[in-house]
Ligand binder design. Structure first.
Ligand SMILES: NC(=O)c1ccc[n+]([C@@H]2O[C@H](COP(=O)([O-])OP(=O)(O)OC[C@H]3O[C@@H](n4cnc5c(N)ncnc54)[C@H](O)[C@@H]3O)[C@@H](O)[C@H]2O)c1
Length: 384
């Protein structure tokens, strides 16, 4: 059994919330967009209107679709008005557990008893967010990517009490919003995309910390293979304080190896937080840094990064978090890689990959790079 959804509420009109609301109105849904802050609501509605105009100019939507989408949007500062007729609620407020827990409790009390309550958290446990909600079976993770209007991927996450009906309804609703959902069957830190990428950061930053290659030399290697940004450049762009906090979180919930690297810690301690302060690993005072591709390092192989991703993907399969196909799909849609890590690794002998991972783990003294047990015991369950 699944529910037909036509009326949704979006809580929080910031970067993610306004994008979720826009995707929903374009999917023909009636949307109540709520925020505690009037300025945030006004900014969110403006961003939606500007984006709709752009889509119209590019002839991606017709005048009629634009008008219909606009008439589907109801911004409000009244929590009750937003929730009273919603059959599905998207939460997109800041990543603070206590805030989300309190809000979910209120959402559970004010929204109809059958309404599905979804969090757009990037990292937090859906089970924990649901802690104070009655009928926890209706709480689910629905993780959109930024910018929502351009990114097709949505990770649909099962908390420990989420029902099959809730998962299926969330999945179908994402399709209605013209997104591509993938199922995350276990409430596991980082879900798919952030989790598969997490040990890549450990690997790259251990190389830089050990002085084997400089950040710019590593970024030059990555960019010379067609990536729009290098690893350190991207960290600067996101904000080194935000990256630092997410390393701390991963250290607590996944493994001590995820602790912030030495170089990252030094930058944060100095207040050099990247683009937003004008300085981080690069100087941003005159705009985007120019990275000299001639400086690319020959100390690491790009394939090492692939093997680290494959290894983490294998752990996700081993832990029952997601299927190999969904992992590859999520990595393609979520990171811009042309092929997923499992598919990409097919051409290599598995013994070569596991040996390489063993030696990287030993040389860099990082347990998280050790090959997953399933790569030795049941590799056929990885390669679909
Ligand atoms: N920004 C990203 O790249 C990204 C990507 C994926 C997921 N996420 C997740 O999405 C969520 C929202 O992130 P964001 O980047 O949109 O944040 P944001 O700061 O841009 O927006 C948050 C909005 O929530 C509002 N708000 C705060 N408390 C509220 C409350 N009690 N009720 C209603 N509104 C409230 C704020 O006024 C603000 O407008 C976070 O959990 C974040 O981890 C962010």
């Amino acid at each position: 059994m699944k529910k037909e959804i036509s009326n949704v509420a979006v809580i929080g009109a910031g970067d993610m919330g306004h994008g979720i609301a826009q995707a929903a109105i374009l999917g023909g849904l009636t949307v109540y967009l709520y925020d505690v802050n009037k300025e945030s609501i006004d900014r969110g509605v403006n961003r939606i209107n500007q984006s709709l105009e752009k889509l119209r100019k590019k002839e991606k939507i017709s005048e009629e679709e634009l008008n219909e989408a606009r008439s589907n949007l109801h911004p409000t500062l009244d929590f009750k008005e937003a929730l009273s007729s919603a059959s599905f609620v998207f939460e997109a407020v800041p990543e603070i557990l206590d805030l989300k827990q309190k809000l979910f409790k209120q959402m559970g009390e004010v929204a109809p008893k059958t309404a599905i309550l979804a969090s757009n958290t990037s990292n937090m446990s859906i089970t924990k967010i649901a802690e104070h909600v009655q009928n926890k079976d209706r709480v689910v993770g629905v993780h959109f990517f930024n910018p929502v209007i351009l990114m097709e991927l949505v990770e649909v996450i099962r908390g420990s009490e989420t029902s099959d009906e809730t998962i299926q309804t969330a999945y179908d609703l994402c399709l209605k919003m013209n997104k591509t959902p993938v199922r995350v069957e276990k409430d596991s830190p980082g879900f798919i995309v952030n989790r598969v990428n997490a040990p890549v950061s450990v690997f790259i930053e251990a190389i830089a910390d050990a002085g084997i290659a400089e950040p710019e030399e590593i970024d030059a290697l990555i960019k010379s293979h067609g990536k729009p940004m290098g690893h350190f450049e991207l960290m600067d762009y996101v904000g080194l304080d935000i990256v630092y906090d997410s390393c701390q979180y991963n250290k607590e919930v996944l493994h001590p190896n995820y602790a912030p690297s030495r170089l990252l810690t030094e930058k944060v301690d100095k207040g050099d937080l990247g683009k937003k302060t004008g300085k981080g690993f690069y100087d941003w005072s005159n705009g985007r840094p120019s990275i000299d591709l001639n400086k690319k390092t020959d100390k690491i192989e790009l394939n090492d990064i692939l093997f680290v991703k494959l290894n983490e993907a294998a752990k996700l399969v081993e832990e029952g978090v997601a299927t190999p196909k969904d992992i590859d799909l999520a990595m393609v849609l979520g990171t811009g890689d042309t092929v997923g890590p499992i598919e990409s690794s097919r051409g290599f002998a598995l013994s070569f990959i596991t040996k390489r991972l063993e030696s990287l783990s030993e040389e860099l003294n990082k347990t998280v790079l050790k090959p997953a047990g399933i790569l030795y015991k049941k590799p056929e369950s990885i390669f679909y």
